[in-house]
Write a new protein. Structure first.
Length: 240
């Protein structure tokens, strides 16, 4: 064979199998060309060696969802090309127990759900599933978010209760806010439908200066062992 043909066409003839089945094998990361995994069915081959993994499974390559420990100072909602240094194989957590196979296709067209203040660090959910992103974005008021907030200043008597009523927030006061001291300089804030900037407003109204904010949980999903900058796949049995 000297004329370049699509990898999917060549694999279909090689196995043999249908063109659709060949495309599924390729998109699933089961096909190697001269020893390198190729995930694009349209990839052109001529005389290269094409191999199918012995453990290949014929299944649809589903959109990926991930949990990411976002460092402070990054706007997750502005991330258009995670391969440019944010979400990539090198930052994949070694503790990922999801069982999802890592594919290069998982690092494109990711969007964040349930916004996190760019100044804050902590848990962010990313997904390629546009339907899921719209659903979770529309239902975000149902999910409790938990934050650890480092502060400076003295809290006057009664101020904690006033914070829990949302005093200081200038619009769209969250329907539920629970504030407690984790240490003398650290607050734990759990809330539903809290928006970027509102924790700063709460603290400022109470006479506290925010030093740092970290989101450690979204619904039933904890950040757990994810180090700053690391990510892991969302397992099939995990629910927000």
């Amino acid at each position: 064979m000297t004329e370049a043909v699509r990898l999917s066409k060549h694999l279909a003839a090689l196995l043999p199998c249908s063109r659709r089945e060949a495309e599924m094998y390729i998109a699933g990361g089961w096909v190697r060309v001269d020893g390198e995994v190729v995930e694009e069915p349209q990839f052109k081959v001529t005389t290269q060696k094409v191999e199918l993994d012995l453990h290949a499974e014929l299944e649809e390559a589903l959109p990926a969802s991930m949990l990411w420990h976002k460092p402070a100072g990054i706007d997750a909602d502005a991330v258009e090309n995670p391969l440019a240094g944010l979400i990539k194989p090198a930052t994949h957590s070694a503790d990922d127990a999801s069982g999802v196979r890592l594919l290069r296709r998982h690092f494109t067209h990711l969007s964040s759900v349930i916004a996190l203040d760019p100044a804050a660090s902590g848990l962010v959910m990313l997904t390629q599933d546009r339907h899921l992103a719209r659903k979770l974005g529309g239902d975000f008021a149902r999910f409790e978010q938990e934050y650890v907030v480092e502060v400076a200043g003295q809290l006057a008597p009664g101020r904690l209760e006033r914070m829990q009523r949302g005093e200081g927030i200038d619009s769209q006061v969250p329907p539920y806010i629970k504030v407690s001291w984790q240490s003398e300089a650290r607050l734990r804030i759990a809330a539903k439908a809290i928006l970027p900037g509102q924790i700063q407003q709460l603290c400022a109204a109470a006479g506290l200066t925010v030093l740092s904010i970290k989101r450690i949980r979204i619904g039933r999903l904890p950040m757990a062992k994810l180090a700053p900058g690391e990510w892991r796949y969302l397992g099939a049995d995990e629910r927000i």
